[in-house]
Write a protein that binds this ligand. Structure first.
Ligand SMILES: *Cc1c(COP(=O)(O)O)cnc(C)c1O
Length: 456
């Protein structure tokens, strides 16, 4: 019985991994719910039949981000090593909270984090790093640690005891996880200062300086600036070096949100675009975006290890003791019980080697350029500028209002051949294409382009 199930699973992994199903298939909530209504949990079911049915639903009723025709958000196709690692994690189920319960898994994570820290230009020996559920949690951690650093009384007395209202700064194109963070930390949405972007879609430094100055004069307490390296909608990069100098001068915490594009430090050609990230007090780099891993895993890094400890330390007598010189996740991070998140990154990088990984990123950047070239040669209009493979584009038929971007996208989704998204930049609705899948080649970019040509 168990062996036959492992056989089915093995076949499915090999077949789906090599040939994912169609990138999109439209399905209504009624169809999925109707199908699920047969599961009333009254009688035990045969696991083999159950497995077959779950595979059917997963294959047919999800957007297949591992299909190389997926040009969507920063969602990755997982490496094979990642699929294996996730299976092992499910099997061994290491409990990460206390180091002493999972020395192997915890040290594998720390070993991997130290390597990434060194790649982004942090000193591995003095950097604190941890795996998170994603970029949102990593950004949340950054804000909490910055608060604790800037307002020493805050951890005991709380926000309300502060004399001046804390405020922090992000660009208008920053990720909206900061909206949630503002609400959840108790800072409130009014504490989130939205800095305009310039014509290159990067944070406007003059505007930032003016806003910080005005806030200080008005009695607010600025404590942090977030620079985004790889804006979600446009792939543009805030001026990290300039923000670093500004923060140093104004004594503000500098956080870099490099959730997607942080991986670019592995590419000899793209890494210059991340310059300045090494000066940040803290940084977010997602493992489940450009590192091509199964969801979910983000990473948080900071140079201020002691503040992290103060922010998250708790005493829990029932928790097992650990060695003195190890990082104990439950008292240094937001989560408590946690699965092992780092094994898939460890195995992926170890199998591939850093040089090959860098080449893979370069190839994706090349495909972005290849696509831009095709657009320009055929009268399309590109509206963003970035070395990274995110392309915002439109065409006169959409600019004139003759056709609508979202209607065109619906047609594409219905046909189910390719997937890309749309975004509004400066009140202009445009297409957004991202080469996010390491399996994508020129052939798929050609298919995307041919599909787009049929829309105009
Ligand atoms: C994706 C993304 C996030 C959010 O990360 P999750 O992993 O989805 O939680 C934050 N910032 C940027 C720039 C992103 O691209």
């Amino acid at each position: 019985m168990q062996e036959s199930i492992v056989e089915i699973l093995k076949k499915e992994i090999l077949s789906f991994y090599n040939q994912p199903t169609q990138v999109t298939q439209e399905v209504s909530p009624q169809t999925v719910r109707g199908h699920l209504s047969q599961y009333d949990f009254a009688q035990p079911l045969d696991l083999e039949a159950l497995l077959q049915d779950v595979m059917y639903m997963m294959r047919n009723w999800n957007i297949q981000i591992s299909n190389p025709l997926y040009f969507g958000l920063f969602n990755p196709a997982p490496t094979f090593a990642s699929v294996i690692a996730e299976s092992l994690v499910a099997l061994y189920n290491p409990q990460m909270a206390a180091w002493s319960h999972a020395p192997a898994a915890n040290e594998i994570e720390q070993h991997t984090l130290k390597f990434i820290a060194q790649k982004i230009g942090y000193k591995p020996t003095s950097t604190f790093g941890n795996f998170t559920s994603g970029g949102s949690e990593a950004n949340h951690t950054g804000v909490l640690v910055a608060l604790a650093h800037h307002f020493p009384g805050y951890l005991d007395k709380g926000m309300w005891a502060l004399k001046n209202q804390p405020v922090f700064y992000v660009s208008e194109l920053a990720h909206n996880s900061f909206d949630k963070i503002a609400k959840h930390t108790g800072l409130g949405m009014n504490a989130l200062r939205i800095v305009p972007t310039n014509s290159l879609l990067k944070m406007d430094m003059m505007a930032l300086a003016t806003m910080v100055n005005a806030d200080k004069k008005a009695g607010y307490a600025p404590f942090m600036v977030v620079g985004t390296a790889g804006i979600t909608s446009t792939g543009t990069i805030d001026p990290l070096d300039e923000i670093a100098s500004f923060c140093e001068q104004e004594q503000l915490w500098f956080h870099v949100d490099a959730a997607w594009a942080g991986a670019a430090v592995f590419s000899p050609t793209l890494k210059v675009s991340m310059k300045g990230i090494e000066k940040a007090d803290s940084a977010t780099v997602d493992a489940h975006k450009w590192f091509n891993l199964s969801l979910a895993a983000g990473m948080f890094f900071t140079k201020h290890q002691e503040v992290v400890r103060q922010t998250f330390s708790v005493r829990a007598d029932y928790m097992p003791k650990s060695h003195d010189d190890v990082i104990i996740p439950y008292s240094n991070t937001l989560q408590w019980t946690r699965r092992c998140l780092g094994l898939k990154l460890f195995m992926t990088l170890a199998e591939m080697g850093e040089e090959n990984f860098g080449k893979q990123l370069d190839n994706q950047a090349f495909l972005g350029d290849y696509f831009r070239e095709k657009l320009l040669q055929n009268g399309w209009i590109i509206v963003n500028e970035t070395p990274l493979p995110v392309v915002n584009f439109t065409h006169t038929v959409f600019e004139s209002g003759e056709k609508q971007v979202d209607e065109a996208l619906s047609k594409l989704y219905e046909a189910g051949r390719v997937w890309l998204s749309s975004v509004t930049i400066a009140e202009r609705k445009v297409f957004r294409m991202c080469v996010t899948n390491f399996k994508t080649t020129e052939t798929e970019v050609d298919v995307l382009f041919d599909n787009l040509q049929q829309l105009i």
